[in-house]
Design a protein around this ligand. Structure first.
Ligand code: HEM
Length: 560
């Protein structure tokens, strides 16, 4: 055999051998070594399986769990929504090692460790690298970036979604809710999928407040983002086979690339409109909303402050997606829970009338909605993604699975026994949610305006099936019946309270909350003695003068 022939055979053989060694090193040796080291430190977990890791097990467990019926009153979503984590936590302890394909995942649910990782004070825990598909969804948006880029982008987002900027958004939120309520006219008593309604509302709100456009303008972006996020979620536990995935693109990958390009083009179109207005002299700046700030930063002459085109597009995608999906879920689940727990619906309605009467919500009142805050916290405890900790009976007690907003009556710190890691629906530390106040403000406005007009009951057609997508979603929507509140009933909310004040003899005085004006009126004529908790917050606990009861029947507090 000639030397040339030998080379022709040997060279490919060498390549093949090196490739094989590298493959076995990456897909066998490294995982087994990591597993061994972790095991020797006491971290156990389901054993690594060649190439697939534990993905097949996860898929099987999820499929099995999804067939089990779920209770509407005991919110034990953990075993259904994350059956693999639930099962492995019980088998291997609070911290365990599992395998997403060849990627080792250390799952931690010990509160102290969770706090340490999320606070990340030593900057020791970088954000995980996104998957190929994941990077198409959020690109270089705030959720994904690190270091100087994060500082730059976080500063802009902080400015846009807090303080005065947020206060200035309130009229646009109210106007968007009014549009939704107009749509509801004539639907009274009929079945309605409120989850879909809130999808339109939240899309409209983020479009108007952050991007200065209507839902219609952003509609294409929302539709494409929705499709793209469904593809990303569908592929979280899909194993990528080495080499083959590089040579052959799956249908999902091809579609995600098209969607990625489509979204980018639409975002660029919206940005270009702003730039054109400045270029033609129609506007003297790019605008005061979030998009305006971003375009401004994209044109910044100072290179350190400037955003790249990739950053700009990623940031728009992130806020379109995060601004809509999250609040959609929060509103949907809160309405579902209030439709089931009518006593809490009534308490929330009373508070809304006491705070706003028939008027639209205003910033000062929104900040003082105590009952509504308790209800939203309890909803987030049930549906936020921190499922393991939010469902831990050791942290919350035996009633952990029940809907009990009263556990938040004295604030989050008291409810969690000052354990920050027991309840953190918006994350912890520097990377916690930048949209938290925006989200809760929007939800409070929408809920207040609905409660002022409607009572809500759950339709018998509703099928309870929460599924984990970007957040926890109701797989079949939320079918509700909305009944118009009678004018007389609205009046009664005020009159019942007044009656109790004029009847100091009545034994069971409820904890009544009045507007400042009402209270001053009764104080002036000497009919009232005030017991005030938590000044300067309203509502106050108000008791008739000399009343022997010093117990508030609403929040079950003894006040001395
Ligand atoms: C109920 C509503 C919401 C919930 C439960 C929620 C939850 C969270 C959580 C848990 C994180 C931390 C993620 C991590 O540690 O990696 C986060 C981050 C973030 N959220 Fe939200 N969010 C909500 C609403 C919003 C809204 C309305 C926006 C935008 C307007 C938004 C934008 C963001 C962004 C950009 C980040 C990344 C922050 C950073 O890394 O600096 N979120 N959110």
């Amino acid at each position: 055999m000639s030397v040339l022939m030998k080379l022709v055979i040997l060279v490919p053989c060498c390549f093949f051998l090196v490739g094989l060694i590298k493959f076995l090193y990456d897909y066998l040796w490294t995982p087994l070594r990591i597993q061994h080291v972790m095991n020797s430190q006491g971290i156990k977990g389901p054993p690594y399986r060649f190439i697939h890791g534990n993905n097949d097990q996860v898929t099987r467990m999820k499929k099995e769990a999804s067939t089990k019926p779920m209770s509407l009153t005991r919110h034990e979503i953990f075993p259904t929504v994350q059956p693999h984590i639930y099962s492995w936590l019980n088998t291997y302890g609070k911290n365990y090692l599992s395998w997403n394909g060849v990627q080792a995942e250390l799952v931690i649910s010990e509160p102290e460790l969770v706090k340490e990782v999320l606070k990340n004070s030593e900057k020791a825990f970088p954000k995980p690298k996104p998957t190929l598909l994941g990077s198409k969804l959020l690109g270089k948006g705030l959720v994904m970036v690190e270091a100087e880029n994060w500082v730059k982008q976080r500063k802009l987002a902080n400015f846009a979604f807090h303080g005065e900027s947020l206060k200035n958004m309130i009229p646009a939120v109210v106007a968007s809710v009014e549009t939704m309520l107009k749509r509801w006219k004539g639907q009274e008593g009929k079945e309605m999928d409120v989850y879909q309604e809130f999808r339109l509302l939240t899309a409209e709100v983020i479009s108007r407040t952050a991007f200065g456009s209507s839902y219609l303008e952003g509609e294409k972006i929302f539709t494409m983002l929705n499709k793209l996020s469904t593809i990303v979620i569908r592929n979280i536990f899909t194993t990528r086979i080495p080499f083959i995935s590089k040579l052959w693109k799956t249908a999902d990958l091809v579609e995600s690339e098209e969607l990625h390009k489509g979204i980018q083009d639409c975002v660029m179109e919206i940005i270009k409109k702003r730039e054109d207005k400045v270029a033609s002299g129609e506007a003297d700046g790019f605008g005061n909303d979030f998009l305006g700030l971003l375009v401004d930063a994209y044109h910044d002459l100072d290179e350190k402050k400037r955003l790249s085109l990739e950053d700009l597009v990623g940031e728009c995608k992130t806020f379109y997606l995060a601004g809509q999906e999250t609040v959609n879920s929060l509103l949907g689940w809160t309405v579902l829970l209030l439709s089931i727990h009518e006593d809490w619906q009534e308490k929330a309605r009373r508070e809304v009338f006491e705070m706003f009467g028939n008027q639209n919500p205003h910033p000062e009142g929104i900040a003082r909605l105590k009952t509504m805050t308790m209800i939203m916290n309890e909803t987030l405890k049930i549906v936020a993604l921190n499922i393991a900790l939010h469902n831990d009976p050791q942290l919350w007690g035996d009633d952990v699975h029940l809907f009990k907003p009263e556990r938040f009556a004295e604030g989050i710190a008291k409810a969690t026994n000052h354990n920050a890691a027991a309840f953190f629906p918006f994350g912890l530390g520097a990377r916690s949610c930048v949209g938290m106040t925006f989200a809760t403000t929007e939800a409070k406005i929408a809920l207040s305006m609905i409660l002022q007009r409607y009572t809500m009951t759950l339709s018998p057609a509703y099928v309870h099936k929460p599924v984990l997508l970007i957040g926890l979603k109701p797989q079949h929507g939320i079918q509700d019946h909305l009944h118009r509140l009678q004018q007389g009933a609205i009046q009664n909310h005020h009159q019942r309270d007044l009656h109790q004040l004029h009847n100091p003899a009545s034994k069971k005085v409820e904890c009544v909350a009045f507007s400042e004006v009402d209270v001053l009126k009764f104080l002036l004529v000497g009919q009232l003695h005030l017991v005030v908790q938590g000044l300067p917050h309203w509502p106050l606990h108000v008791f008739p003068h000399d009343h022997p009861l010093q117990h508030c029947f609403q929040c079950h507090d003894w006040i001395g």
